[in-house]
Design a protein around this ligand. Structure first.
Ligand code: AMP
Length: 122
């Protein structure tokens, strides 16, 4: 059974959030606990729980995550310096919300790729 998360409510605008972009395929909103000056989550409107659950029919929405990320990076003024796009999957990947999402993180040097260890998340 696929269980809805808070992200479905955000997409339907049933709970408050700082939505910066929405179209028929994806919604983007600011992370409630930002790890950098820009930290935006870009989410397919369709509930896909994890990266393990993607199907061919989702390719348009998943491709849209990248085009919206590029648009938002330009809008945020972080495109030239650079940024990180991140998708966590399941427990070892550190996934907390089981509605697939891409993190757009930037606005400062981000350091090495793996910032968090399992110890930090216990
Ligand atoms: P992940 O670990 O990849 O599942 O990331 C989940 C992210 O969702 C975390 O960075 C949280 O800070 C963020 N988050 C959780 N609840 C909300 C919310 N209501 N609005 C915005 N971001 C949220």
């Amino acid at each position: 059974m696929v269980q809805e998360t808070i992200f479905s409510k955000i997409i339907r605008r049933e709970v408050p959030s700082d939505i910066v972009y929405q179209d028929e395929l994806v919604t983007a909103f600011r992370d409630i606990n930002p790890q950098a000056p820009t930290h935006i989550l870009i989410v397919p409107n369709k509930l896909i729980p994890t990266a393990n659950d993607v199907a061919a029919e989702d390719e348009a929405a998943l491709g849209r995550l990248f085009t919206v990320a590029a648009k938002l990076a330009a809008q945020e003024g972080i495109a030239a310096d650079g940024f990180r796009l991140l998708v966590n999957c399941n427990r070892y990947g550190g996934q907390e919300i089981y509605h697939l999402h891409m993190h757009l993180i930037g606005g400062r040097p981000l350091g090495p790729m793996l910032l968090k260890t399992m110890d930090d998340r216990r």
